[in-house]
Design a protein around this ligand. Sequence first.
Ligand code: ATP
Ligand code: MG
Length: 208
Amino acid sequence: MNDKPKRIAVMGGTFDPIHYGHLVAAEAVRDRFQLEKVIFMPTGNPPHKEYRKVSSREDRYLMTILATVTNPFFQVSDIELKRKGYTYTIDTLRELLNIYGEDAEIYFITGADAVMEILTWRNVEQVLSMCRIVSAFRPGYDIHQFRNKVLEIEKTYKNKVHLIEVPALAISSTEIRNRIQNNRTIKYLLPEQVEKYILKKGLYKGDE
Ligand code: ATP
Ligand code: MG
């Protein structure tokens, strides 16, 4: 076999719920880097989100499936959901390199906010040797506030951090959850199937 190295993106997130911000960013990255696919990976037990009750793994997984069915390049993986204990990117990357080959090019998508935190990740050096980071930000976002951080990372880990502007996406899961509690519309912020799923299951109504 003379298989070329696989080129894939991974979009990790709590996806509670998944919304058009995630989907548009993922598609923009796939298009820009001409990737074979984007793997959406709902996180099991994110170390930094302990302060609120996260919806069940099953709900988040099913919403992610519903949101991605119409895009043939999108796929959902449950490898983080299945893992016990906290989710660390390094473990996920190891597993992906096992699946797709050690020479696979993995583009790891994060929002701009996450780049700021990258240096606090466990095993950051190893993580960055195993993947490229693509950081999505929206037009108007003050990238200067993290420009220095990015330059710092780029200087240390050449070619490993890309910035990509994603238009018109001020959407967040927090905003959607708040809207549901306040009986406000969430239409057009996320795929209709996901909206229906949320309503059917009564998700986020009882959030504090
Ligand atoms: P929450 O409001 O609960 O933090 P969220 O909307 O940020 O949720 P997450 O599941 O935390 O969603 O995000 C998963 C990934 O998607 C993160 O890397 C995050 O930075 C990124 N992301 C979130 N919203 C957007 C958006 N509107 N555009 C681009 N990327 C986004
Ligand atoms: Mg977030």
